[in-house]
Ligand binder design. Structure first.
Ligand code: AMP
Length: 192
């Protein structure tokens, strides 16, 4: 089973992806994680994307499509969870083509619905929790970058809701509950 988790920053995509990895032996493909790894290991690509990410802008379609292309050729276990990808219509088209080339299909697109006030609280909370635990907050988990990330989401990513609805793949869940409630809802739509 291959699925997309779709939702604004702070909707809980990463948390829910991890639950699906543990429970269903799926593989999480988070372009955000891949880009942060590239940045931390100081690769050429990492240097190019660091400022873009810190600002909250999207990196180019070409870069993220390249990252996903590579991963689709690896082990697919219980299927792929696309987390934070696709974020543009061009990425969505590319994903469809890449899956087809690999003899795969997309089973569901799970839209996690969360209102904007909650997103801001969650992201500020995530930054504070990271610092309290002795770590560092993500460079883009601050009010300034969040505004841009939300705007990027509404301008470029939210059209994917209509795109996948029209394809008949969209399933929406309420992302406002507890982690267990949301994972229960996701299981419900995936197993329906
Ligand atoms: P995330 O961890 O998914 O919130 O992603 C963090 C940042 O990485 C985003 O704000 C973008 O700068 C970049 N990014 C992650 N995934 C994508 C994508 N599919 N397309 C463009 N930029 C991305």
């Amino acid at each position: 089973m291959n699925i997309i988790l779709l939702g604004p920053p702070g909707a809980g995509k990463g948390t829910q992806a991890q639950i699906l990895v543990d429970g269903r032996n799926m593989i999480q493909l988070s372009t955000g994680d891949m880009l942060r790894e590239a940045k931390d290991s100081g690769t050429e690509m990492g240097k190019i994307v660091a400022d873009v990410m810190a600002r909250g802008d999207l990196v180019t379609d070409e870069i993220v499509i390249g990252l996903i292309r590579e991963k689709l050729q690896g082990d697919k276990k219980g299927g792929f969870i696309f987390d934070g990808f696709p974020r543009t219509l061009a990425q969505a088209d590319a994903l469809g083509e890449l899956l087809a080339e690999n003899g795969e299909t997309l089973d569901s697109v799970v839209e996690m619905q969360v209102n904007d006030d909650v997103l801001v609280d969650r992201i500020v909370g995530r930054a504070e929790a990271a610092v309290a635990a002795g770590g560092e907050a993500r460079a883009d988990d601050n009010a300034e970058s969040l505004k841009i990330r939300l705007m990027e989401y509404y301008k470029k990513t939210s059209p994917l809701i209509g795109y996948y609805y029209a394809k008949g793949d969209l399933k929406s869940v309420d992302g406002l509950g507890t982690i267990d409630e949301v994972s229960g809802e996701i299981a419900g739509v995936l197993d329906a």
